[in-house]
Design a protein around this ligand. Structure first.
Ligand SMILES: NC(=O)C1=CN([C@@H]2O[C@H](COP(=O)(O)OP(=O)(O)OC[C@H]3O[C@@H](n4cnc5c(N)ncnc54)[C@H](O)[C@@H]3O)[C@@H](O)[C@H]2O)[C@@H](O)CC1
Ligand SMILES: [K+]
Length: 511
């Protein structure tokens, strides 16, 4: 699914109005109706007091539509106008009059802190103060109102976006954002929903279709792509009857050092589970029996050194190499990394200590084969691209890095973001149970296993991240967040594949 900027969305609104020959008021009615339907389905007539706080722009206009529809359906509703300015939008005013026709009374006008209402913990707050038209941080009594609502225990539902957040610009005042319990957003999710500094204000969200122009959606380059199950299904490359293990390639996992051989074990088994034909682990001498006894399917080559890797040589040409997991940073290992990066025509996944070595020896960046995949967590990323002022600055720097070095950058996190040149792919699978040692090693193995099966580097990254997250979701479903270990993620890669297929069958059946 595409993620559009605030500017693109308002352009989509205009084009929709023109092409569908409807008024902007009708589009607002559609949006408000969608929120009402969601609420009506969930509340099912419950006698809860719903307090709707409306700004004076179109987000406020949505709030007025929602209020009117709820009142017409017998809900107990109190509508407030957060009257921070006299510049009310046209559609706000139209709906302001319409709601009065229903209630026979004007909504409650708020103009200062003195107007803050008593709110009970059992009430529901609908936040329609600011939408994606926010152009500066809320100030004065409106900022205080947001804090007042945040301090309240009542359930908070934000319309389109939590008030105070910009759809795709950095947040300036963290104290002036409504902390929603749920957000109902129109047509597409907003970029701020997925970034670490702003996502906590959004909590859960649903996307409500409001029928924006399909041609615009189809033909407009988005600011990011959201990767969920339908996208992952489309990425999957089916096998053919006459394929054999040679078709699925031979992965070389290079990693492990004394005390960290498990990292190589996890990557190796993940590469197998995602479907590599053969996997060879290149480890220090001390890893030999560990690998052979834990993964009998794997082949093992050992370095001449007992505890670290000093020279990587194989008697075959790997179809993909993942390097860095548990590798350590011995001086000899640095030289070995430099040498192996000079191998031609082999796709690389570069992880963990290999990334740290590169950060400490920036000249190695020149040796990165183009289209290599780098998988840093935030700490490793900082060492690689420098510090950032905010999430957007981070993405800007990551794009620049990807373009300059011609690499795929996978920024690991709650919503892992794959950066390729100036494009962003935001993953939606995965959960906090995956914050466990070795989880990243599993990801490197997964991506290398996909590369070896012929997925191109971008696809292997985006699909691999999704599958890794999906396996983690299944593991968490079985074990609970706390008990998940990286091995459980690897174990459930098979389930992740099956789930992808089962959805596909269900989809076919429903057609
Ligand atoms: N344009 C359309 O046709 C549709 C718009 N929709 C709604 O419209 C919203 C966008 O509406 P608007 O563009 O009117 O903007 P908003 O309703 O987000 O409101 C902001 C209004 O307040 C002013 N403002 C911005 N920041 C401020 C601040 N910090 N302090 C005081 N005033 C501030 C702005 O000038 C603007 O008038 C969307 O989020 C969505 O909820 C939906 O009704 C769907 C259709
Ligand atoms: K809002």
């Amino acid at each position: 699914m595409k993620i559009f900027s605030a500017a693109q969305l308002s352009q989509a609104d205009k084009i929709t109005i023109e092409k569908q020959d409807i008024t902007s008021e009708a589009l607002m009615e559609r949006a408000g109706e969608q929120v009402f339907n969601w609420l009506h389905t969930h509340l099912d007539g419950a006698p809860v007091t719903i307090r709707i706080f409306c700004g004076i722009g179109n987000n406020g206009g949505d709030g007025l539509v929602i209020g009117r529809l709820l009142i017409e359906h017998g809900y107990k509703v109190v509508v407030y106008v957060v009257n921070f300015s006299d510049k009310r939008s046209k559609n706000f005013l139209l709906n302001y009059n319409k709601i009065k026709n229903v209630t026979k009374d004007w909504p409650i006008l708020m103009t200062s802190q003195a107007d803050f209402p008593e709110i009970s913990d059992e009430d529901m707050i609908v936040d329609a103060i600011f939408g994606i038209g926010l152009n500066r941080s809320p100030e004065g009594w409106v900022r205080k109102l947001i804090q007042y609502l945040n301090a309240n225990q009542a359930f908070k539902l934000s319309v389109d976006i939590p008030s105070g957040l910009y759809a795709n610009l950095p947040l300036k005042d963290k104290e002036a954002v409504l902390k929603a319990d749920h957000t109902l957003t129109f047509q597409t999710a907003k970029l701020c929903f997925f970034l670490p500094e702003t996502a906590p204000f959004v909590s859960n969200f649903n996307i409500l279709e409001i029928g924006l122009d399909l041609d615009f959606i189809k033909n407009t380059e988005p600011i990011a792509q959201l990767i969920s199950k339908p996208e992952a299904q489309a990425f999957y490359q089916p096998r053919n009857k006459f394929d054999h293990k040679g078709t699925f390639g031979h992965v070389l996992i290079v990693g492990g050092s004394y005390g960290k051989i498990g990292a190589a074990v996890l990557s190796t088994s993940a590469a197998f589970k995602i479907g590599a034909g053969m996997v060879t682990a290149f480890v220090p001498e001390c890893g030999y029996s560990i690998l052979q006894s834990t993964i009998p399917e794997a082949m093992v080559i050992t370095d001449k050194e007992e505890k670290f890797i000093s020279n990587i040589e194989t008697d075959f040409k790997p179809s993909a190499i993942a390097i860095g997991m548990g590798l350590g940073k011995n001086k000899a290992t640095v030289a070995a990394l430099k040498k192996v990066l000079q191998l031609k025509d082999i796709p690389f996944v570069i992880d963990a200590d290999a990334l740290n070595i590169i950060s400490e020896n920036k000249s190695l960046l020149d040796f990165l084969p183009s289209n290599s995949i780098l998988t840093p967590h935030p700490g490793e990323l900082k060492r690689l691209i420098g510090t950032w002022k905010n999430d957007y600055d981070k993405l800007k720097k990551a794009k620049k890095f990807s373009e300059k070095h011609q690499v795929v950058l996978i920024i690991k996190g709650a919503y892992t973001i794959t950066v390729y040149e100036n494009k962003l792919y935001i993953n939606t699978s995965g959960n906090p149970g995956m914050g466990t040692a070795g989880s990243g090693d599993a990801l490197s193995g997964v991506i290398a296993g996909l590369l070896s099966q012929g997925y191109d580097p971008l696809l292997a990254s985006v699909f691999g991240v999704y599958m890794h997250g999906s396996a983690g979701d299944i593991a968490t479903g079985q074990l609970g967040f706390e008990a998940v270990m990286a091995g459980d993620i690897v174990e459930n890669i098979s389930e992740a594949y099956l789930e992808l297929f089962s959805r596909e069958e269900a989809h076919e059946q429903s057609q």
